[in-house]
Design a protein around this ligand. Structure first.
Ligand code: WT7
Length: 636
């Protein structure tokens, strides 16, 4: 088996790129022909970025799970689809071949159907990194239910908001998760999220961590009981035929304003793009063992643990634990144990492992590795070099992959060993991707050696179609800032050879350990506290997390700073989740404001970054005196 659309040389890439720009429809039709369609599309593409409206493979009918499972269960039934590595290295590994995974997905699809889940229903999934998570999402896709996965680190309140916003009628969860030394409860967060009025009718619970939990009569069902009830029965496969533009999933992500947005991905284009990009960026070859360390709760896991690799018939390794348990050599042990060929991880993980020095790498072979990858935030030179030298042993191409939840798949990246890797550069757009840099007025910056706001001017198959329940928000967020373009919210520069280097967000979104956090959300969690008058949250550079949050908070004087600190931390845990807690909270008498009352975040950002002598003109502020006070009490 080989992939007809795999680009093997730089010339292949240049040709494919040229063709994809000159004739995008023909180009993508050529790729899409390699997939399983129940009915071929009538038209490849219709689009405008004003509404916006984007449709790919119009009239095409398919089920993405036939591509991810059935075709391989036929062609290579005994090839491992998923290898699961437990948190505790002494517990057994689980391997599911394509044949086995297909059977389990059909079985669970029947369970969903028997419990009333119908095509188009939204299903919230809140689970650990276990094989049942992949089974649950594929079972949803098989019956045309729309999954809405919520990362296990989110709080009850966040689960509730997401369930409400997308009106989920079912939840799939587990009792708990193993991450590090002791199991963590998951089910109680779901219980709290469903208190009072809720659209949720049933909750299916996997017993994974043997934690004592409460089960609500009439609502909660055990996964194993539901499966057991099917034993000995003839199962009818409940597969649905889906339209290429039917919704596949919703995934919430933070923006610079308001509540998280439900990014909507549809079926046909998403499948084609994630598979094409998976094969080409990582240069996957049949038989390779591929390990992406992301959590399926984020888009990286959706596209590059489950859908992309499986639609390519690959072997995808899933890991439940954390990089430092039982010690900081765990990733390397996993690579050696399973002879991993392709490793895809995040700069924050690399930096946290770098902090342990080279000892944890001693005695590890890592000789199976052929390609190493990075995603989630800009990778700084030091981390790049460390990863390349000590993990890739200077002979694995490092792919720095730039993309976003909204993009569905990797947009700018080196193709491993095919196009050159350049430290700290994501390098070149994939075929089909037409990036542009624009200035503050939306004017396109042509030529090379320019820096600006990164936009994409032409649709690609896996781009978001809408934000759930609020199309106007999608338009305003992504298509209104620079009309005619999709605006990413990132800044970038293009060097003299046309390579892109992503410089980071240009809006109020902060990337903390690769987790995207809207400062507005953290502020609103802080501001609802009685004793808080106002707050402003900004990002600052952090050695391990990349960026961390710095909160400036005005108190009303009726609370001690110690109590306020505790209250704020609890509030952020409850409203969003642990990972969104500010590293620094400074209590201030005032926040710098413009005459019209807008908080001058630029100044706060500079102070947080420690660039205090470079604040620019502060004399036009409404309250210039607060700046000195804030500077004097800055937390270092
Ligand atoms: C934001 C998207 C896409 C998977 C994980 C994050 C930043 C992502 C890179 C990279 C520089 C990167 C951007 C982007 N980002 N990859 N290789 N180089 N920055 O998905 O949560 O939607 O976050 O992550 O700022 O806008 P996400």
């Amino acid at each position: 088996m080989s992939y007809p659309y795999q680009l093997m040389t730089q010339a292949d890439y240049e040709n494919a790129y040229r063709k994809s720009v000159e004739n995008p429809e023909e180009f993508w039709a050529g790729v899409a022909e390699n997939f399983v369609w129940r009915k071929k599309w009538d038209k490849v593409l219709e689009w405008n970025f004003t509404e916006p409206s984007v449709k790919w493979f119009i009239g095409g009918k398919l089920n993405i799970t036939e591509n991810c499972l059935d075709q391989w269960a036929q062609k290579q039934p005994d090839t491992p689809a998923i290898i699961w590595e437990p948190n505790n290295p002494n517990d057994p590994t689980i391997t599911l071949t394509y044949k086995e995974l297909l059977a389990k997905v059909i079985e669970f699809a029947v369970v969903l159907k028997n419990n009333g889940v119908e095509k188009g229903d939204r299903v919230c999934i809140y689970m650990p990194m276990v094989t049942e998570l992949a089974i649950a999402m594929l079972a949803c896709a098989r019956i045309g239910a729309i999954h809405n996965i919520v990362f296990g680190g989110f709080s009850a309140k966040s689960i509730r908001d997401r369930i409400e916003d997308s009106q989920c009628t079912f939840v799939i969860t587990a009792d708990g998760v193993y991450r590090g030394a002791k199991p963590i409860d998951l089910k109680s967060a779901v219980d709290a999220a469903l208190e009072g009025d809720t659209p949720v009718k049933k909750v299916i619970v996997l017993n994974h961590a043997n934690i004592a939990i409460s089960m609500k009569e009439g609502r909660d069902l055990w996964w194993h009981n539901e499966i057991a009830s099917l034993q000995g029965k003839e199962l009818k496969d409940p597969i649905e035929e889906m339209d290429a533009e039917d919704m596949l999933y919703i995934l919430y992500t933070s923006g610079s304003t308001g509540k998280p947005k439900g990014v909507v991905h549809t079926t046909g284009g998403y499948m084609v793009y994630v598979t094409y990009s998976f094969v080409n960026v990582f240069q996957y070859k049949p038989g390779d063992i591929y390990f992406c360390t992301a959590d399926i709760g984020w888009v990286t896991g959706h596209s590059y643990i489950v859908y992309g690799p499986l639609a390519a018939g690959a072997t995808s390794l899933m890991f439940e634990g954390i990089p430092t348990y039982p010690d900081a050599g765990r990733f390397w042990d996993i690579v050696d144990k399973h002879k991993v060929n392709i490793l895809y991880t995040a700069p924050t993980a690399i930096r946290s492992l770098m902090a342990f020095g080279l000892d944890p790498l001693k005695g590890k072979d890592l000789g199976s590795l052929k390609v190493i990858g990075s995603v989630g935030e800009p990778i700084n030179l030091e981390a790049w070099q460390w990863y390349y030298d000590n993990v890739g042993k200077k002979n694995c191409p490092l792919v720095d992959t730039w993309w976003q939840t909204e993009n569905g798949g990797i947009l700018i990246s080196t193709l491993a060993g095919v196009t050159p890797s350049i430290p700290t550069f994501a390098t070149r757009p994939l075929p089909g991707i037409q990036p542009v840099l624009v200035d503050a007025n939306g004017k396109e910056l042509e030529g090379n050696n320019v820096a600006g706001n990164l936009c994409i001017k032409f649709p690609w198959p896996s781009m978001l179609r809408t934000t759930y329940g609020d199309h106007e928000r999608c338009r305003l967020n992504y298509f209104a800032t620079y009309p005619g373009n999709y605006f990413s919210g990132d800044g970038a520069l293009r060097d003299e050879n046309g390579n892109y280097r992503i410089t980071g967000r240009v809006d109020d979104v902060i990337n903390v350990s690769g987790h995207r956090i809207g400062t507005a959300e953290v502020e609103s969690a802080i501001n609802v506290q009685d004793s808080v008058v106002e707050s402003a949250v900004v990002g600052y550079p952090h050695d391990i997390k990349g960026q961390a949050l710095y909160a400036f908070v005005i108190l009303d004087g009726n609370i001690s700073e110690a109590d306020a600190l505790a209250k704020i931390n609890t509030a952020v845990n409850k409203e969003i989740g642990h990972f969104a807690r500010p590293d620094k909270i400074q209590f201030v008498k005032g926040l710098p404001k413009t005459r019209s009352g807008k908080i001058m975040r630029r100044i706060l950002r500079k102070i947080a970054e420690g660039e205090m002598n470079n604040l620019g003109d502060t004399t036009t502020l409404l309250n210039p005196e607060v700046v000195e006070e804030i500077k004097n009490h800055r937390l270092s």
